[in-house]
Design a protein around this ligand. Structure first.
Ligand code: TTP
Ligand code: MG
Length: 344
């Protein structure tokens, strides 16, 4: 079975400040802006002591000051946090090189091929981060990235949560929809208008209903994510630069048109992200996973770097045509690789 581990450092910026100045330990600490709570700026993070006064990330510093005037207010020392971020990630790379870097204080590790039990891998990581970096973290372990990230957040700080396959439904059902990665404030609002606030009520909706409201790609995503389904692989740093999207059908599909429509939809998303980041691509790859999990990829190298949706969609369809769709399809994916910046 696949095992994905998510590490999220506890009160990261504040913990690094405590490490720099141990006299701060146990005090309410608020990091944000220039560190002057009478000036404009928002809270980047607050120590767990400060959180007991109601202080949280993104709160105006002035409000944080009202919540707890005796808190220690400090400026953001971004360079120091980046150094600490690199150091703990290097330590994790010794556990496994299959690591996806997702943010300054969080990563995913694929621990499927490590023979040790999940608990002992997690305990070892916590111990090393504690002794070698003087920091604490929370860890989640689950069959996929989506659930591992939810798990690491469940028992903060210094938490360890393992979601076993048989517990997925019970764990997710009572959660507010915002806990699902990919559901932001806008979707949360729209779901609320539809009378959906918990994951349980989201799973009560039919796939057709969600597609009607949110489109084919995101509708599928919501349907599956709310059931804890996530087939996405880790994006490891040793892969060449690429952007990809993939989606698993709820039911295995034998109809070419539905597969093609999904591919067109995913390609559109990839092209949008590529353009936002000023990239052009020279290789387009399509992945098809059949119902029996056999997985085929077909790639195409283009004569010159492009960023047009039509050209890239044509390339993706040329790849799809080279796959014999003799069996029903479970997953469709598209990737643009060999990315280069647009030269101005
Ligand atoms: P988080 O992991 O969200 O927060 P955290 O590590 O401070 O606390 P915990 O995980 O224990 O709940 O974010 C990591 C760092 O990113 C955080 O220390 C500061 C920074 N950050 C901001 O600058 N602004 C924000 O709005 C958030 C959420 C985080
Ligand atoms: Mg954190």
């Amino acid at each position: 079975m696949r095992r994905v581990l998510h590490v999220d450092m506890d009160a990261f910026f504040a913990a690094v400040e405590e490490k720099r100045d141990p006299s701060l330990k146990g005090k309410p600490i608020v990091i944000g802006g220039t560190g002057d709570p009478t000036r404009r700026g928002v809270v980047a993070t607050a120590s767990y002591e400060a959180r007991t006064y109601g202080i949280h990330s993104a709160m105006p510093l002035k409000t944080a000051f009202k919540c707890c005037p005796h808190a220690v207010f400090l400026p953001v020392n971004y360079e120091t946090y980046v150094k600490e971020s690199k150091a703990f990630k290097e330590l994790l790379l010794q556990i496994t090189p299959v690591m996806e870097d997702v943010g300054i204080d969080e990563v995913f590790l694929d621990i499927s091929d490590i023979s040790a039990a999940s608990e002992s891998i997690a305990e070892k990581i916590k111990e090393r981060i504690r002794t070698e970096r003087s920091l604490s973290c929370s860890i989640g372990i689950a069959p996929n990235k989506l659930l591992a990230k939810i798990a690491s957040d469940m028992q903060k700080p210094d938490g360890l949560t393992i979601i076993a396959p048989e517990n997925i439904e019970a764990v997710l059902a009572p959660m507010p929809v915002r806990k699902i990665w990919g559901i932001g404030p806008k979707t949360e609002m729209r779901l609320k208008e539809m009378g959906i606030e918990t994951v349980r009520s989201l799973t009560a909706r039919s796939l057709e209903n969600l597609i009607d409201s949110f489109g084919i790609s995101y509708g599928h995503y919501l349907y599956q994510a709310s059931r804890g389904i996530d087939d996405s692989s880790l994006i490891t740093s040793w892969e060449p630069k690429s952007i990809s999207r993939e989606s698993t059908f709820q039911k295995d599909i034998g109809n070419w048109q539905i597969i093609a429509r999904m591919l067109a939809d995913l390609t559109k998303e990839v092209v949008e992200e590529m353009r936002d980041r000023d990239f052009r691509t020279r290789t387009v790859t399509v992945k098809i996973r059949f119902a029996d999990f056999e997985t085929l990829t077909r790639g195409l190298t283009l004569p010159e770097p492009v960023n047009g949706e039509t050209e890239i969609r044509k390339a993706a369809f040329a790849c799809l045509k080279r796959i014999d769709l003799a069996k029903k399809v479970r997953l469709v994916g598209v990737r643009v690789g060999n990315l280069g910046k647009i030269e101005s």
